[in-house]
Design a protein. Structure first.
Length: 236
């Protein structure tokens, strides 16, 4: 069977399954990135404006999540969460095993990893905001929330776009690790196809091309977003 027939959408082709797996990869990555954006923003705030205790807790979170392997985080969340759910159900009278949903576990795991990196991006972007603008906002009597909405948030997002693009690429590639918990994304589908047809090189090369396609398109999108955000800004 030729490559295009094997990867096509015919009765013997794997094209439809790989397309569905690609959509699953996108869904996991987007969900994880969104979780990381919210949590990362809170971590950045805690490190910049929170109290001493909150700041230390946020710093510890970032250090730990950036220091341990990503796959270990996925294992801890999936298997640890399943153990906790099973224990709770047993306490409620159900003796069966209760597993964590693979999509939820994977997205949350990659999301909390992404949050550690996104917090660094937001913190660096905050440092790039001109201090004179913050002082001017305070001088005219702006409250903290109004200053954040009108001065800080737009500029932080503007300066953060390049770094967020890198973090997105990491989340996209880390989604492949979720295959270990059985979620059928690109890598998992490639493994299944390779085992079924005994053509691992073909399927893994195709998986690599799909990841490269997603990475290239999203990189183009972030570059366009950066160009639009920096329009009218004088560059040194």
């Amino acid at each position: 069977m030729g490559y295009f027939e094997l990867m096509g959408f015919g009765p013997k082709g794997w094209g439809l399954l790989l397309a569905q797996a690609t959509l699953m990869t996108i869904a996991v990555s987007v969900t994880a990135f969104a979780i990381g954006a919210v949590l990362g923003g809170l971590l950045a705030w805690a490190r910049l404006a929170g109290g001493r205790g909150i700041g230390i807790a946020a710093e510890t979170y970032v250090t730990v999540l950036r220091g341990i392997p990503d796959l270990l985080v996925i294992y801890l969340l999936y298997f640890g969460g399943s153990s906790v759910l099973t224990s709770v159900m047993r306490w409620l009278g159900n003796d069966g095993f209760v597993g964590v949903n693979a999509f939820a576990a994977g997205a949350i795991a990659v999301g909390i990893i992404s949050a550690a990196y996104q917090s660094e991006v937001y913190r660096g972007a905050f440092g790039a905001v001109a201090k004179g603008e913050i002082e001017a906002a305070r001088a005219v009597g702006m409250g903290r929330m109004l200053m954040f909405r009108r001065i800080l948030a737009p500029q932080i997002l503007r300066f953060a776009i390049p770094g967020l693009g890198n973090v997105w690429q990491l989340a996209l590639k880390e989604s492949a690790l979720i295959s270990v918990v059985g979620l059928t994304e690109i890598l998992r589908q490639a493994q299944v196809g390779a085992g079924s047809t005994r053509q691992p090189f073909v399927f893994f090369i195709t998986a690599a091309l799909l990841y490269l396609l997603l990475s290239t398109v999203s990189g183009w999108g972030f570059n366009r977003a950066e160009a639009a955000a920096m329009r009218g800004v004088r560059r040194a």
